[in-house]
Ligand binder design. Structure first.
Ligand SMILES: [Zn+2]
Length: 343
């Protein structure tokens, strides 16, 4: 049996969302250095949302949303699966929320379905977000890779979809590029898992969350983009600090121009037959990397996606994101490359 969006959709999640308090008290004691999951570790998929679960859950949310959520397809995957996305809200700022571009990064899908379910609800913060934002939710960017439990696409080529925004070799990339261009999101958030779980530099604390403020060097961004990315980052980090279990570290400094977020910020590329988008269509685009582990702390892993995502959505909706202090950004620690479990 597959578990999907159960308890957290109700009062528990609402309390978490409203207070930011999370479920820290119910989590097991923190054990520095563990648990660890390596890339080749076998994790039971029986409790993880698969493609059919996504289809069923999107349908349920749309049907019960009283018209607040619409589900559509951006195109079809290499194997012919629909590339579903949901739209919630009618505000002037469009927010792109993307999960599972890497098929074997499991829990982001359920986390964004929980978020979508909440955004469809009658709660005050959901209403605030719907009034101010149009949120485009992609629960499973790479359904073929998800079903195969691999990082990449499967066909016509097996490649990393997050390195395909220059070549556009895959139908998924073409479809989502067009959706991005047509929806023109000001803000974008991309959810990932880490392949391993190192420690926070200078500590013995298991690093559970890495914040990706920059998929490209800031010199490739406009000043506004770099500021917005840091504001999204610090709004996320502050929410996680309140939650208290994340041991946040900065993602390693990278400069990957063919990643999706990178090209959302840079513009300049397009699939065959399309005009390249200009730079500046998207003002802020960051990513999260949450620790990977098996079933026992699925709820915590989903919290680690959901709590900062909701914080950024709220901050974008109420206008506080533009006032977000970024002075703490330079002090964010990095993760140590020491293998998890060494200590
Ligand atoms: Zn990833």
């Amino acid at each position: 049996m597959r578990r999907l969006v159960t308890g957290l959709a109700g009062l528990g999640m609402l309390a978490t969302v409203l207070t930011g308090a999370g479920t820290a008290a119910s989590e097991p004691p923190h054990l520095p250095g563990g648990p660890c999951l390596q890339e080749d570790q076998n994790v039971s998929l029986s409790s993880v949302a698969g493609y059919d679960d996504v289809v069923r859950e999107l349908d349920r949310i749309e049907r019960t949303s009283q018209g607040r959520v619409t589900v559509a397809s951006a195109g079809v995957s290499g194997e012919g699966r629909e590339l579903y996305y949901a739209t919630v809200g009618a505000g002037p700022t469009t927010f792109w929320l993307q999960a599972r571009i890497h098929g074997n990064e499991l829990h982001s899908t359920e986390a964004v379905l929980q978020i979508l379910d909440h955004l469809a609800s009658g709660s005050p913060d959901a209403r605030l977000i719907r009034e101010n934002l149009t949120v485009v939710v992609i629960p499973m960017y790479n359904p073929d890779g998800a079903e195969a439990n691999i990082r990449q696409s499967t066909t016509p080529t097996r490649i990393d979809l997050n390195r395909d925004w220059e070549n556009f070799a895959q139908p998924e990339t073409v479809a989502f590029w067009k959706l991005w261009r047509d929806t023109a999101p000001e803000l974008a958030l991309d959810l990932h898992h880490m392949g391993q779980a190192p420690i926070v530099e200078g500590t013995n604390d298991l690093n559970q969350f890495q914040i990706g403020a920059r998929s490209i060097d800031p010199s490739r961004m406009t000043a506004e983009q770099w500021l917005t990315n840091r504001q999204m980052t610090m709004a996320s980090v502050e929410a996680l600090d309140q939650y208290g279990l994340a041991n946040v570290a900065h993602y390693p400094l990278i400069d990957i121009t063919n990643a999706g977020l990178s090209r959302m910020l840079m513009g300049g590329t397009a699939p065959a037959g399309e005009q390249p988008a200009p730079q500046g269509l998207t003002t802020g685009a960051i990513f999260y990397e949450v620790r990977s582990v098996g079933q026992k702390s699925n709820g915590q892993l989903e919290n680690l996606f959901r709590i900062p995502t909701m914080a950024v959505l709220r901050a974008a909706a109420d206008g506080s994101l533009a006032q977000q202090d970024v002075s703490g950004y330079e002090d964010l620690p990095f993760a140590s490359q020491e293998q998890c479990g060494r200590f």
